[in-house]
Ligand binder design. Structure first.
Ligand SMILES: Cc1cc2nc3c(=O)[nH]c(=O)nc-3n(C[C@H](O)[C@H](O)[C@H](O)COP(=O)(O)OP(=O)(O)OC[C@H]3O[C@@H](n4cnc5c(N)ncnc54)[C@H](O)[C@@H]3O)c2cc1C
Length: 257
């Protein structure tokens, strides 16, 4: 099933619409803030699913030439929280619509975090549907992440770092509760949230900005933070994590200006 959505559509509303129509594959990406057009930029992802898994083509306008372009999935260089659209040299590409390849048979993807347990509880002995998975994701996110309308934040502030397997094993030996996710036969992904937590920075505040007390991957505007407060806090966290674990963590949002 091919579904095309215009760039200005609200992402969460679009995901809910697909679930209601019986078009499956995006339900794990419920309640990610923003628009359909922004979804390919950093290849949004959550709960074991990345939007690249479902994007077939991206429609764009080159604002320098006024020409329309169609980029197939393999031309977008999608990677973890990255794509060609995120690169400064491609800022002239304005995404106008995105075409998704969705399934009409539901295949639950429940291998990540608490989603399986929450979905099973919600299903209460009945089969797990895509709407139940979407609801489980929404409930989990609402419990862990601050609502940007109430407490300013940009979601996860750091990407999970990728390190050599040797370094990951060494860290696991030192910190037994350090989660490690295999990437390939040479590298592993670490949890940036866990690194920040183990560095003792949960709840830490600098100026008006703070590390969210429930989820250390989120920086919040706690008390009229200036943009500089956010940058200073980001750099401080990077420095402490680097010094303690010899791991470089990089911000997920793009800084402009
Ligand atoms: C509480 C919270 C939770 C979040 N959770 C997640 C998560 O789980 N996973 C995840 O991946 N992200 C997450 N995010 C980050 C954010 O939701 C995504 O990055 C989202 O795609 C941003 O959409 P936006 O429309 O607000 O884009 P903006 O933030 O306005 O823009 C992001 C970038 O994309 C560019 N851009 C936007 N639209 C277009 C377009 N049509 N054409 C070309 N360039 C464009 C902008 O210039 C900018 O560089 C979260 C954010 C919040 C606040």
């Amino acid at each position: 099933m091919l579904v095309t959505a215009q760039a200005g559509e609200n992402w969460h509303n679009f995901v809910q619409y697909t679930v209601q129509q019986g078009w499956f594959g995006l339900e794990n990406l419920s309640l990610i803030y923003g628009t359909v057009g922004a979804s390919p930029i950093q290849n949004i992802g959550a709960y074991g699913v990345e939007v690249k898994d479902r994007i077939r083509r991206v429609f764009a306008t080159d604002t320098q030439t006024g020409k329309s372009l169609i980029l197939h999935n393999h031309e977008c260089n999608f990677a973890y929280r990255d794509s060609i659209f995120k690169q400064p040299e491609n800022k002239h590409l304005l995404i106008t619509a995105v075409e998704f390849q969705l399934d009409t048979a539901f295949q639950p993807q429940l291998g990540y975090g608490d989603i399986a347990a929450t979905a099973e509880k919600m299903a209460n002995g009945k089969p797990i549907t895509a709407q139940i998975v979407a609801n489980a994701v929404i409930q989990t996110r609402q419990a862990k992440l601050p609502n940007p309308d109430e407490l300013g934040n940009a979601g996860s502030f750091f990407r999970n770092p990728i390190v050599s397997n040797a370094q990951a094993i060494e860290l696991k030996q030192q910190y037994s509760d350090m989660p490690i996710f295999a990437v390939d036969d040479k590298t592993s992904k670490l949890s940036a949230a866990k690194l920040i937590d183990l560095a003792g920075l949960k709840g830490f505040a600098l100026g008006g900005a703070a590390v969210y007390h429930k989820q250390p991957l989120v920086l919040v505007n706690q008390n009229n933070a200036t943009p500089q407060d956010i940058v200073d806090l980001c750099q401080y966290i990077q420095k402490v994590v680097q010094e303690k674990f010899a791991v470089s963590i990089q911000p997920e949002p793009v800084f402009v200006g």
